[in-house]
Design a protein around this ligand. Structure first.
Ligand code: PBG
Length: 333
């Protein structure tokens, strides 16, 4: 219903005209969050019939493979196109060089094969990094307190090939070693895996927001921090450099992590590239919203939809989020 009033202000433009009704608002909405944007990170462990709560990530669980399959099927049923797979590795399989990371009969290759069989259309993204496999809890081989770069990349290449062999669609190096994207691309191509893509954690910051995830995988560093490989949260131009390098080395998708505190980085990368950009709405971001929602301090559904729409507005095409199933559900109406 249009209403007539006598204006006291003489305004040519009244932006509120386009906000008056739901129909008008929908017509001028600029950013759209859809289920196709979502990537659901899941935690897998050894054993059977296990579904363990993760204390600092309420609503997220570590699944044994048999129970992970119905969880992945449920995500597919909701229309979620992709999962990102993270393993909890038994301590006795860990070592400094992350040898278990390229065991063809290891947990991740077994999980990939089982998921591909049970839910063939689900896109499987696998993390390429040593930390879940490292006795030191670092993403690289440790020598005299230093994280070795080139020696680590050699292991990451083996890990990526092992995941490709098992059926991963996208391998996702998350370690921030120099040159790993190029090395992985070259090795995949040399072995004939030309259709396996690389989702590069290009701008990954040394962030306190990963705390709950490290609880989930018992993968916290034993000494020091990750500042010699992950980026300084104070830096933006360096993110553009990292993205440019990863694109030059053959990345198919570039990622920013964490997401919310780094929306300006997403925006700047958007101005610089036409490559798909992913944002990782990480465990600490998830935990903060969950904790406040549990206390009744915020409206979880509205806050999550607003936050993820904000990431789309900033320029992200894809969002890794532990809220993926809830969001898919909410978007269905
Ligand atoms: C490991 C890895 C981490 C996350 C994804 N892959 C942790 C880290 O770098 O210490 C964090 C994910 C999250 O916090 O949700 N390379």
């Amino acid at each position: 219903m249009s209403s007539k009033t006598s204006p006291t202000l003489n305004l040519r433009h009244r932006p509120r005209r386009l906000r008056r009704t739901d129909g008008l608002r929908r017509m001028v909405q600029e950013s759209h969050l859809t289920v196709n944007d979502l990537i659901y990170p899941v935690f897998v462990r050894e054993g059977s019939n296990l579904k363990e709560k993760i204390e600092s990530m309420p609503g997220c669980d570590r699944y044994s493979l048999d129970l992970l399959l119905p969880e992945v099927a449920a995500a597919a049923e909701l229309g979620i196109p992709a999962i990102a797979l993270f393993p909890l590795i038994p301590y006795d399989q860990k070592d400094n060089a992350g040898t278990e990371s390229y065991n063809p009969r290891g947990l991740v290759p077994r999980a990939i094969r089982a998921i591909k069989q049970a839910v063939p259309n689900m896109v499987i993204i696998t993390d390429v990094a040593l930390d879940p496999y490292s006795t030191e809890g670092h993403d690289g081989i440790v020598q005299d307190g230093q994280i070795l770069n080139d020696e680590t990349v050699a292991v990451l290449v083996k890990q990526a090939l092992c995941q490709a062999e098992a059926g991963a669609n996208l391998v996702a190096p998350s370690d921030m070693m120099d040159g790993r994207v190029g090395a992985i691309r070259a090795a995949l191509d040399a072995e004939g895996w030309i259709n396996v893509g690389i989702l590069a954690y290009s701008a990954k910051y040394a962030s306190a927001y990963y705390g709950p995830f490290r609880d989930a995988l018992s993968s916290a560093p034993k000494f020091g921090d990750k500042k010699t490989y992950q980026m300084d949260p104070a830096n933006g131009k360096e993110a553009l450099k990292e993205v440019a390098l990863d694109i030059a080395e053959g990345a198919d998708i570039v990622m920013v992590k964490p997401a919310i505190a780094y929306m300006d980085i997403i925006y700047q990368i958007r101005q610089q590239t036409h490559m798909p950009i992913a944002a990782y709405n990480v465990s600490g971001e998830y935990a903060m919203i969950k904790a406040a929602a549990q206390r009744g301090w915020i409206d979880e559904k509205k806050i999550v939809l607003e936050t993820l729409t904000g990431l789309k507005r900033a320029g992200a095409d894809l969002i890794l989020t532990y809220f993926a199933k809830d969001v898919a559900h909410w978007l269905k109406g």
